[in-house]
Ligand binder design. Structure first.
Ligand SMILES: O=C(O)C(=O)C[C@H](O)[C@H](O)COP(=O)(O)O
Length: 215
């Protein structure tokens, strides 16, 4: 990973080091993506995960990759093999999956991009580690057992590190970030739907600034 304006991630471990919080964003309007990315950057957050949950997502990724090169743009909600290729074509610099299947992993590998595969159980974590994947998304973090669960995984499997995501808040994030096997957390709270729809970029900048200072 390099720093400054060329901040990039080449491995899963790099992805965990980009920011204390990876904003997980659902965009309904591709035109929101560029001002959103700019607001996150002003707030000190240099990474964004745009979920492939909406028809606007791929165009949104394309817009950010083209117009805001200073931010590291990733595609989330990669739940099918074809999503990986589509996201890479749109300009995504990394991929995130909520869970894993062999076909999705193969497709993610084929893009050559770094990615965070999702896992929620010890066996899933072990299977991914066998494949050499040691930087994972822990999803759904709160529902699957939260901080205590992750702490327990760190006993037998200390070399795997996580980006827990799902149900995390600005209040609970520091508890996760204090664990040695957590590199960052993911959260949608940085880009609330009402702020996006209202074009309230100042609010998003403020939320980003607060998140970037969590450690
Ligand atoms: O879409 C995906 O790929 C997911 O895996 C789910 C998201 O990461 C969470 O929905 C974000 O969770 P919240 O911060 O609780 O809103």
């Amino acid at each position: 990973m390099t720093s400054g304006d060329n901040l990039r991630a080449t491995t899963g471990a790099d992805l965990l080091a980009l920011s204390p919080v990876i904003p997980v964003v659902v965009v309904d309007d591709a035109d929101h993506a560029v001002p959103l990315a700019q607001a996150l950057l002003r707030g000190g957050v240099r990474v964004i995960e745009l979920t492939l949950r909406t028809p606007a997502a791929l165009a949104a990724i394309e817009n950010v990759a083209r117009e805001v090169p200073e931010i590291v743009i990733g595609a989330g909600t990669v739940t099918a093999p074809e999503h990986a290729e589509q996201a890479a074509k749109a300009g995504a610099a990394f991929l995130v999956t909520p869970g894993t299947t062999d076909r999705v992993l193969d497709a993610a590998d084929a893009t050559g991009l770094p990615y965070l595969p999702g896992a929620a159980t010890v066996s899933e974590v072990m299977r991914l580690a066998e494949r050499g994947l040691n930087a994972l998304k822990f999803f759904p973090a709160e529902a699957a057992g939260g901080v205590d669960y992750l702490k327990s995984i760190g006993g037998p499997i200390p070399h795997v590190r996580f980006c827990p995501t799902g149900g995390i808040t600005p209040q609970t994030a520091p508890n996760y970030l204090a664990l040695p096997n957590v590199g960052c957390v993911g959260g949608s709270w940085l880009a609330p739907k009402d702020a996006l729809n209202a074009g309230d970029w100042d609010r998003i900048e403020t939320l980003a600034r607060e998140a970037s200072q969590l450690a």
